[in-house]
Design a protein around this ligand. Structure first.
Ligand SMILES: Nc1ncnc2c1ncn2[C@@H]1O[C@H](COP(=O)(O)OP(=O)(O)OP(=O)(O)O)[C@@H](O)[C@H]1O
Length: 341
């Protein structure tokens, strides 16, 4: 291999597909042909409106999909180890926690109220490493708290004795105790105020910096948070990624009309509306049981032409370097979208 060959990405996902089976027997395909890459030491943000499939993608990537959600296909490679997700194949148990770990939505409120943080840590370590002495598991926790400048007192605390922000940091520490190569954080900051949001994003950055976590996928509807924490952003719409790019480039010069509309609706400078939920785009996201033909965004897109309703848009760029999927952009490679919307 030449010295200039690009390093293999830490995470490489290709063609991920997952569906919820409804009681009527029909499928809602909530993740449809999603491919992405993440380099070691980086945060990849996944943003999009409510219902776009972000949490479903988080479940697929973290290997935690459970009925009624099933993974229909795709391939996931983490740090050179490849998993074929087709045909309902079950991932190896050893992957969960140590190769990939999920910080699920609302995790800080799901901690057992009657179990001290130290005991939770013992459970986490034993669940993955078998018979581990209690003292060793507690040492692991205190070392981690010291390394991350968090107070040792939390070891003997019950979750309700901690503030919301501290509880979320503790749950983050617990879900990364086994040094996962990939951490999937699903809306980790959504219940926090701005200063505790910052403390959490700093903690995630510190985990990366110290190599305690290989890479992070950060799912949120909150683009201002992603602007602060993510190296790259992927924009999800109706179960698909419509644009992926480095954070500054994507925000300064969005390539997809949906990205531009999303940014226009949330990235306003006034602090009082900084955390406003996405809501400024005319129309509503489609029903994923019957998504629109062609480009799924075309019914809401002011730049749509006939082809957008008829054919899937081309992928402009590469999965590794970044891309957008848009017929208008294919015809107007250099035109800023701001002027058109
Ligand atoms: N248990 C379920 N059964 C059937 N459909 C579901 C189920 N959970 C989610 N869905 C559907 O899957 C789609 C994607 O949902 P998902 O929760 O992944 O979106 P999201 O982008 O994470 O939204 P939010 O930001 O509101 O959490 C939606 O259309 C939703 O209605």
């Amino acid at each position: 291999m030449s010295d200039t060959a690009p390093a293999a990405p830490l995470v490489r996902a290709r063609g991920l597909r997952a569906a919820y089976r409804s009681q009527r027997g029909s499928d809602v395909v909530a993740v449809d042909d999603v491919s992405l890459e993440l380099s070691g030491g980086q945060v990849l943000g996944i943003a999009g409106e409510s219902g776009s499939g972000k949490s479903t993608l988080a479940a697929v990537l973290s290997l935690t999909a459970r009925p009624p959600l099933s993974v229909l296909g795709g391939e996931l490679t983490i740090d050179g180890e490849q998993l074929d997700l087709s045909g309902g194949r079950r991932p190896p148990r050893t992957w969960r926690g140590s190769v990939v770990s999920l910080l699920p939505q609302g995790a800080m409120n799901s901690l057992s109220a009657t179990t001290r943080v130290g005991d939770l840590a013992v459970d986490v370590v034993r669940a993955h490493r078998g018979r581990v002495r209690r003292a060793d598991a507690l040492d692991l926790l205190t070392d981690r708290l010291d390394a991350l400048d968090l107070p040792r007192r939390v070891v003997d605390s019950y979750p309700h004795q901690l503030s919301g922000g501290m509880r979320q940091r503790v749950v983050t520490v617990l879900s990364t105790l086994l040094d996962p190569k990939l951490l999937i954080a699903d809306e980790p900051t959504s219940a926090l105020d701005v200063s505790t949001q910052r403390a959490l994003t700093e903690l995630l950055r510190e985990l990366l910096h110290r190599g305690l976590v290989g890479g992070i996928v950060f799912v949120t509807h909150d683009l201002p948070v992603l602007r602060a924490v993510a190296d790259r952003i992927a924009i999800m719409y109706a179960g698909q990624l419509v644009e992926v790019g480095d954070t500054a480039g994507l925000i300064d010069d969005p390539r997809h009309p949906y990205t531009a509309a999303l940014l226009a609706s949330v990235l306003v400078p006034e602090p009082q509306i900084r955390t406003r939920r996405v809501g400024g785009i005319a129309g509503a996201p489609p029903d994923l049981a019957a998504p629109p033909t062609g480009c799924r965004f075309h019914p809401r897109c002011s730049l749509a032409t006939d082809v957008c309703a008829e054919q899937s848009p081309p992928l402009l760029g590469t999965i590794g370097a970044g891309y957008s999927t848009c017929w208008w952009r294919a015809e107007h490679p250099d035109e800023p979208l701001e002027a058109r919307l």
